[in-house]
Design a protein around this ligand. Structure first.
Ligand SMILES: Cc1cc2nc3c(=O)[nH]c(=O)nc-3n(C[C@H](O)[C@H](O)[C@H](O)COP(=O)(O)O)c2cc1C
Length: 377
């Protein structure tokens, strides 16, 4: 970890540690990956105005997101099956690193480790779900989140229809998975990952085991995603969930208004990291539109393409309260488990701290368009 300076270095380390189909599961996105690339490239089009000699010797990054304290304006974004990146226990490793760094961790419903296991390891966490055809299943997950004292529920609305992950097709990943000679070679070339996987928890959607009649196979769980979902369902979820509610996947001002009308406390501007709708606009480019639509009625977060502390400050300058870290933490997890996620968070915190100081701020809350030299958005 000593020679790792950026999230991009962690991505290279992850590439060396993971069998190709697993690396591509993390690193790839839907169809031609236009949105995946746009999310990061558009951050580069925003530039800071450098300010000097303002006494920035004392700086603060601490804030709150939906009332939850965080040591910097970031939280871990929910990611399905990330447990498999680190011996079937990846979610626990990542949650431990997030806790040590003082930032919230969101467990995806499609995790390998269960909500109860991660809760037992680190205390209360945020929980994510998608609307499912079987509303009884949604209710039962919400009940578990309440029992686990989750302060925040994240409803993901970007995955009602599944995008095709083209790299998975090229790698011969089918549902159900079938082993090909090439895949055997890919896995054999990463013995560290294989050794951990063989000793660790079996990869499955364990939050669904025992909640569905019969086996909770990947096909059945994904088959539960409900394309009929509408704002009425969000209102229903609001009525059965007493805690904070974040709607993840708002990229449009009208949808932003609807989210507030349905009772959300915050939205995350998100295109699911380009994993489903390819050629969707980058998240940083639509952030100002969403901020206008929210009109101060709730908080606006952003996920998609966040790879540095500079990116977080840019998003805040354009009106975000903070960012959710998707691939940025997954590369760290794959590269070194808990230590790797801790490294990712250290890198981002240091970058953010330096950027705050050199744009003339002493508190991250002071970020506004005034710190930008140029932004096309
Ligand atoms: C491997 C992988 C799995 C993901 N699984 C989920 C999921 O189960 N639920 C969800 O809301 N978002 C999921 N996401 C999306 C992330 O929460 C986040 O929106 C996205 O990663 C942001 O883009 P970025 O990683 O390029 O920054 C996943 C992303 C990746 C890369």
């Amino acid at each position: 970890m000593d020679r790792i300076a950026t999230i991009s270095d962690l991505r290279e380390a992850a590439r060396r540690k993971l069998p190709l189909p697993i690396f591509d599961f993390v690193d790839g996105a839907a169809f031609s990956e236009v949105t995946l690339r746009a999310n990061t490239q558009d951050f580069e089009r925003v530039r800071f105005r450098q300010r000097v000699l303002k006494d920035v010797s004392v700086r603060s990054l601490a804030t709150t997101i939906v009332g939850q304290p965080t040591s910097m304006p970031a939280a871990i974004s929910p990611t399905g099956l990330s447990g498999m990146l680190w011996g079937g226990n990846g979610e626990i490793a990542a949650a431990r690193a997030a806790k040590a760094a003082g930032i919230p961790f969101t467990l995806g419903m499609m995790s390998v480790c269960t909500l109860e296991e991660v809760r037992a390891a680190v205390g209360p966490i945020w929980f994510q779900l998608c609307m499912l055809k079987d509303r009884g299943l949604v209710r039962s997950l919400v009940d578990s989140a309440r029992e686990a004292e989750c302060p925040v529920l994240v409803l993901t609305v970007t995955w009602t229809v599944s995008g095709l992950q083209s790299r998975s097709v090229r790698n011969g990943i089918d549902l159900p998975p079938k082993l090909s000679p090439r895949m055997v070679m890919d896995f054999a070339s990463r013995p560290g990952w294989v050794w951990r996987a063989m000793r660790g928890k079996r990869v499955a959607f364990h939050n669904f085991v025992g909640r569905m009649d019969g086996e909770a196979t990947i096909e059945r769980v994904i088959g539960e995603l409900d394309a009929t979902t509408s704002w009425k369902d969000v209102e229903w979820l609001r009525s059965i969930w007493p805690g904070k509610l974040i709607i993840k996947g708002i990229c449009d001002r009208e949808d932003a208004r609807s989210a507030m009308d349905a009772g959300a406390d915050a939205v995350s501007v998100s295109n699911h990291g380009g994993n489903h709708l390819d050629s969707a606009a980058s998240t940083i480019s639509v952030l100002p539109d969403v901020v206008e639509g929210i009109d101060g009625r709730g908080e606006v977060l952003l996920d998609g393409g966040v790879r540095s502390g500079q990116d977080i400050l840019k998003a805040m300058a354009l009106g975000a309260r903070g960012c959710l870290l998707g691939r940025a933490h997954l590369y760290g997890l794959a590269a070194g488990g808990e230590q790797g996620v801790a490294k990712a968070l250290d890198i981002i915190r240091n970058e953010l701290d330096v950027s705050v100081g050199l744009t003339g701020l002493t508190d991250v809350h002071q970020a506004s368009r005034a710190i930008l030299a140029s932004s096309p958005f």
